[in-house]
Design a protein around this ligand. Structure first.
Ligand code: FAD
Ligand code: NAD
Length: 460
């Protein structure tokens, strides 16, 4: 028998937040094939940043001597760190599931959903059963999964992705990472700080190539001092012998590790869920096509988050969910996805945060622009930190003083950038941000103030 609902939500990452009070008197089906709460909670943002915090503690101890404080890391209890982190996270996922299973107006289906027609779904339940659903509106919020290159899968060598590596039993002596993006550099930081020797194989000439080139270059320079960073390095073949994984590289050379982490991007979860039967179109890169309101090409079917968004970021998935939650119940007053000023942060060592245009994008677009690169080390707090590598780079239109981009590399970058995110989002000119408020002296935020004051604007 087919159960009928007002709303069916596939995926409980950001999709889970769609059950707003507007649905109190309606019937909602929530379908989840994996762990309740999705990627960010279970295998993404939250556990990684909890590991990063432990890594920072270990790093702080190792660098204490430069400040005249002698200390050593006597040991790292990886299993204790892991169990503390997941001891906190796993119960949250479990209680989230219970809340939906026992919720007053929700029915949770624990299994994999697929479309069989126009807003009609079959759920292949984890217990072996099958459920048939129809709904007035359906939201596809199925997220993304790690993309693993053929050279890895075809080799048959054992490997981890971010889905599995945080649950391992002990820190490997040598960690080999394929990829040079977000996950590669965050995991390199975690594992190197907690005891591994890390080798990174990056296809391009820089790590974090999506960043402003000057920032990516500075990041890569610092990273080379911490990890064995191989750029322009592509694995031609992989083999495993006596617990050692070896990558032979195109053009010669090789790299080895005791554990392999593949961090080569994430692909939208659209395969095998019958989207073609529902009339839901895909972009060539596999994302679901949505308009600015979250509507797919099928009437009554919406999508949000990693499966459709151009940004695979949790704050974006959440923002899109807020928009779709509104639009589901206000068909005559549709809101749009806020994609204009999207910031991101990389919680590696050093940390990086970015918003707006890179300098190379300004050049490519022919935009008149000025830049200022302010070193942490030229501010009072930077002296205290003995910092030699960290910077705040701001880019502005000299005519209007409006910021075009902001890029921070160094300690607390993801926090320091917030006034610059606000300035770009709200449209406050650089000089007003710098001089329209106090900056606490001698806080680290003075690096942002000085960067803004250093811009060579037509009229300050
Ligand atoms: C290691 C890592 C670290 C990250 N760190 C950050 C960070 O610091 N900051 C940040 O902003 N972003 C970060 N991200 C990205 C962030 O986690 C994602 O952008 C976000 O979680 C996407 O949310 P979502 O709701 O679109 O998808 P998800 O959270 O992935 O939810 C999709 C859900 O749908 C379920 N599902 C899939 N197919 C089906 C089906 N057919 N039937 C039923 N259920 C289905 C899945 O099991 C999953 O639970 C990180 C990602 C990773 C992997
Ligand atoms: N702090 C954060 O916000 C955060 C942290 C982790 C992940 N994320 C999100 O998750 C996404 C996925 O992370 P990611 O690091 O896997 O992807 P990524 O896109 O950041 O980096 C992928 C890397 O793999 C390389 N690559 C791609 N295909 C390859 C191949 N076939 N062989 C060798 N190298 C290849 C790319 O050149 C790039 O260096 C990110 O794009 C980001 O949106 C965000």
């Amino acid at each position: 028998m087919t159960e009928h609902y007002d709303l069916a939500i596939i995926g409980t990452g950001s999709g889970n937040s769609l059950v707003t009070p507007d649905f109190d008197d309606r019937r909602v089906a929530v379908i989840e094939s994996g762990t309740f709460g999705g990627t960010c909670l279970n295998v993404g943002c939250i556990p990684t940043k909890m590991f990063v915090y432990a890594a920072e503690v270990a790093d702080g101890i190792r660098s204490a001597a430069r400040y005249g404080v002698d200390a050593t890391v006597d040991g790292v209890r990886w299993a204790d760190i892991r169990d503390r982190i997941f001891g906190r996270i796993d119960p949250i996922a479990e209680s989230g599931k219970r809340w939906r299973v026992d919720g007053p107006n929700t029915t949770a289906y624990l299994g994999r959903a697929r479309f069989t027609g126009d807003r009609r779904l079959t759920v292949d339940l984890n217990d072996g059963g099958t459920a048939l659903l129809a709904a007035d509106q359906v939201v596809v919020a199925t997220g993304a999964h790690p993309m693993v290159p053929d050279v890895v899968t075809e080799s048959g060598v054992p490997f981890h992705t971010s889905d599995t590596i945080m649950r391992i039993d002990e820190v490997p002596e040598r960690l080999l990472i394929i990829g040079g993006g977000f996950i590669a550099v965050e995991m390199a930081h975690v594992f190197s700080s907690l005891g591994s020797r890390v080798t990174i194989l990056a296809r391009g000439d820089l790590l974090l190539r999506h960043l402003d080139t000057e920032i990516a270059r500075r990041f890569t320079d610092v990273a080379r001092g911490r990890w064995d960073v191989r750029t322009m390095a592509t694995a031609r073949s992989l083999t495993e012998q006596d617990g050692t994984i070896r990558a032979d590289l195109l053009g010669g050379g090789s790299a080895e590790g005791d554990l392999l982490l593949v961090a080569t991007g994430r692909h939208p979860n659209t395969a095998g869920i019958g989207l073609e039967l529902a009339g839901v179109d895909l972009h060539p890169d596999g994302r679901i096509v949505v308009d600015e309101h979250g509507r797919t090409t099928a009437s009554g079917v919406w999508s949000l988050g990693d499966v459709s968004s151009p940004y695979q970021l949790k704050h974006v998935a959440n923002a899109e969910a807020r928009v779709v939650a509104h639009n589901l119940v206000h068909p005559d007053d549709l809101r749009s996805f806020p994609h204009e000023h999207v910031p991101s942060g990389v919680f590696s060592h050093p940390q990086v945060a970015t918003i707006g245009l890179t300098e190379q994008q300004c050049v490519a677009r022919g935009l008149r622009h000025v830049t200022k690169v302010q070193a942490y080390g030229d501010t009072a707090y930077g002296w205290a930190m003995e910092d030699t590598t960290s910077v705040c780079k701001v880019i502005a239109d000299p005519a209007t003083g409006l910021l075009l981009g902001a890029h921070v590399l160094g300690p607390d970058a993801t926090t320091l950038i917030q006034p610059l995110i606000q300035a770009i989002s709200i449209g406050t000119p650089a000089h007003t941000v710098a001089r329209g408020q106090y900056w606490i002296h001698p806080a680290l935020a003075e690096v942002v103030e000085n960067a803004l004051l250093g811009l060579d604007l037509d009229q300050p």
